[in-house]
Design a protein around this ligand. Structure first.
Ligand SMILES: [Ca+2]
Ligand SMILES: [Ca+2]
Length: 182
C-alpha cells in the first residue's frame, strides 16, 4: 500500500510532467506535447539534431513505461497504473527503464553539458512545464542542499529519495520542483 505522502509526490509528477493534456491518463500524445514544450523552451526546430534526439529518447521512455505500467492494456497509463508502476519498479533490480529515464532527465537539464545541473538550467526546464520561477528556484536550493550545482552522483541519490523516502524533509522531494505547486 502506497503512503499518502508518496502518492502525493507521484501524482505531482503525473499532473505536471506527464499528463500534458490534463485528461487524467498518460498517452503517447502527452509525450508528443512534452517534446513540443521542451523544444519551444530550448529553441529547437523540428529537424534539429537535438530535437530528434530528445524525441527519440522521450518515445523510448514512453514505450518502456507503457510496457511496464499498462496492466489493462488499453494503451494508456491511468493514475492508478502510474502509482503502481513506481511501487513495482522500486522492487525491480536493476531499474532498467527508470535508470534510463533518470539519465535522460539529467542530460536534458544539463544544457551546458558540464556534468552538473545549475539553478538556471533547472528553472528553465521546469518553466517549460509551467512551474513558476520563484518556487522552482527555492526547490533547487533545497535539492542542491545549498550548493550551486547538482552533480550526477547527487542527482541519482536525490532521485531515489523522491521515489522511496517517506521523510518530508528529504532534499530529493524537490527533484521535480516544488511539490506545493498544484
Ligand atoms: Ca493525458
Ligand atoms: Ca491502462
Amino acid at each position: 500500500m502506497v503512503s499518502d505522502f508518496k502518492r502525493k509526490k507521484l501524482m505531482f509528477l503525473f499532473k505536471i510532467f506527464f499528463d500534458s493534456d490534463g485528461n487524467g491518463s498518460i498517452t503517447k500524445k502527452d509525450f508528443e506535447l512534452s517534446i513540443e514544450r521542451l523544444a519551444k523552451a530550448k529553441g529547437w526546430e523540428p529537424g534539429d539534431e537535438k530535437y530528434k534526439i530528445a524525441e527519440k529518447t522521450m518515445l523510448e521512455i514512453w514505450e518502456g513505461m507503457l510496457y511496464k505500467a499498462d496492466v489493462n492494456k488499453d494503451g494508456e497509463i491511468s493514475a492508478d497504473e502510474w502509482v503502481a508502476l513506481w511501487e513495482e519498479s522500486s522492487k525491480d533490480s536493476p531499474f532498467d527503464w527508470q535508470a534510463y529515464y533518470a539519465k535522460s532527465i539529467f542530460h536534458l537539464q544539463d544544457s551546458s553539458n558540464d556534468g552538473a545541473i545549475d539553478k538556471e538550467e533547472f528553472v528553465s526546464v521546469h518553466g517549460s512545464f509551467g512551474l513558476p520561477k520563484d518556487q522552482t528556484s527555492e526547490a533547487f536550493d533545497k535539492l542542491a542542499c545549498g550548493k550551486d550545482k547538482v552533480s550526477w552522483e547527487d542527482f541519482q541519490q536525490r532521485w531515489e529519495e523522491f521515489f522511496t523516502s517517506e521523510n518530508a524533509d528529504a532534499p530529493g522531494n524537490y527533484i521535480f520542483g516544488n511539490l506545493t505547486f498544484e
